[in-house]
Design a protein around this ligand. Structure first.
Ligand SMILES: NC(=O)c1ccc[n+]([C@@H]2O[C@H](COP(=O)([O-])OP(=O)(O)OC[C@H]3O[C@@H](n4cnc5c(N)ncnc54)[C@H](OP(=O)(O)O)[C@@H]3O)[C@@H](O)[C@H]2O)c1
Length: 355
């Protein structure tokens, strides 16, 4: 018997800001699982800045492919509960993550690698942290923060660290991880409320609202002697300001460039890139999936920090599967704090005969 499910599908690529009309919610029949497959009822699905990169005709070369129009959006992290299993190691009731998000029910091939290995069907231990934490600090966001700061930027003793989009899902973890390691940390964000959150709840040493004036001036006020590490979530003017503020031998870990995701044409690069030569800077981009081997280590450490209350984890929760596109639009506007999640309503398990 098949199961009735809803899926969010893109029907046009957004120009600039994302609109609900770029998507359609479609009702489909999901067939029963075959050998090696598992049927999962999704409960929480992730909303990530980088989804914007796949909502266009072509994703950047080297990245996950663009979402085809009119098709389900494969490759979005999601957690849920196994309903039916024909795969070894998975049983009804298990909490799992997988990459078949933005839909009620997903048929998942248990052994097929997804999202570079970090989205492959995995059983979750939800005794100490709720399932949705595995989409944020205990999942890809935690891995991006952990690998980016410790391995890509090569955090070293006494480094002064600047994190942009520091109130967001990845940035908030980077800021707190650098604090746990004993560094002076500067965070920036786009509202005074977020700046207060950075100082009061996340414990950064200094924070500023990037809308308050020219970035080089704002940065000079909080880091008069410069910075050693810039964790870049934003690109554009933020990266340019960082190149100006970095000391000799400084390092940049480019995690993402959200300021450019909705651009119609490629924006110009930083005008002061020559400083990479004069100051001997290292600039490295990375993807969390390139560091999948660090996932167990990160989850073990992050899990302890969460339990000990050393990592403050904020969530922006949007209710209802159909709201996923507007949740993404809100994230790109900066309306979110911490991890953005869609809580999928508990749709009764309806089965239909004949499929
Ligand atoms: N490399 C990887 O493997 C990897 C993995 C996950 C995420 N990422 C990257 O990490 C970054 C954060 O992603 P996320 O999913 O955690 O999102 P997020 O930080 O939770 O949300 C994005 C934030 O970016 C800020 N923002 C939006 N437009 C901006 C602009 N023009 N200038 C400055 N700030 C802007 C907004 O906060 P404000 O209110 O502060 O503007 C918004 O809240 C993105 O660049 C994403 O692509 C990379």
């Amino acid at each position: 018997m098949a199961t009735t499910s809803r899926e969010v599908r893109p029907i046009s690529y957004p120009r600039g800001e994302i609109r609900a009309s770029d998507f359609r919610v479609v009702e489909v029949e999901v067939r029963p699982p075959r050998p090696g497959e598992v049927l999962v009822r999704n409960t929480w699905t992730s909303v990530d800045a980088a989804l914007r990169l796949r909502l266009r005709e072509q994703a950047p070369p080297g990245y996950f492919p663009a979402f085809p129009l009119g098709e389900p959006m494969d490759g979005i992290m999601t957690v849920g509960e196994v309903v039916e299993s024909h795969a070894d190691g998975f049983a009804p009731g298990d909490s799992v993550w997988h990459a078949g998000g933005w839909r009620d029910y997903a048929l998942v091939e248990a052994k097929t690698p997804a999202l570079g290995g970090i989205g492959t069907l995995t059983k979750l231990d939800v005794r100490d942290a709720p399932p949705q934490a595995h989409l944020g600090p205990l999942g890809a966001n935690g891995l991006a923060a952990y690998a980016g700061l410790l391995h890509v930027a090569g955090l070293a003793e006494k480094d002064v660290v600047w994190v942009s989009a520091a109130a967001g899902a990845v940035g908030s973890l980077v800021a707190q991880l650098a604090k746990i390691r004993g560094h002076r940390v500067i965070g920036s964000a786009g509202s005074d409320d977020k700046v207060r959150h950075l100082v009061t709840d996340l414990g950064v040493d200094a924070a500023f609202n990037y809308r308050d004036g020219p970035l080089p001036d704002l940065l000079r006020e909080v880091a008069p002697d410069g910075i050693d590490v810039y964790f870049d979530n934003v690109g554009g003017d933020h990266l340019e300001a960082a190149l100006g503020a970095l000391r000799k031998g400084g390092r940049v870990a480019i995690c993402g460039m959200i300021s450019e995701y909705g651009a119609q044409a490629p924006p110009p690069g930083p005008g002061n890139l020559m400083l990479a030569v004069t100051k001997g800077l290292t600039i490295r981009g990375f993807r969390a999936s390139d560091h999948a081997h660090l996932l167990p280590e990160m989850r073990q450490r992050m899990g302890s920090w969460l339990r000990e209350g050393r990592v403050n984890h904020r969530e922006t929760i949007v209710d209802g599967l159909a709201q996923a596109p507007s949740a993404l639009a809100a994230l790109l506007r900066g309306d979110n704090t911490g991890k953005t999640l869609v809580r999928i309503e508990d749709v009764p398990h309806r089965e239909s005969v004949g499929h």
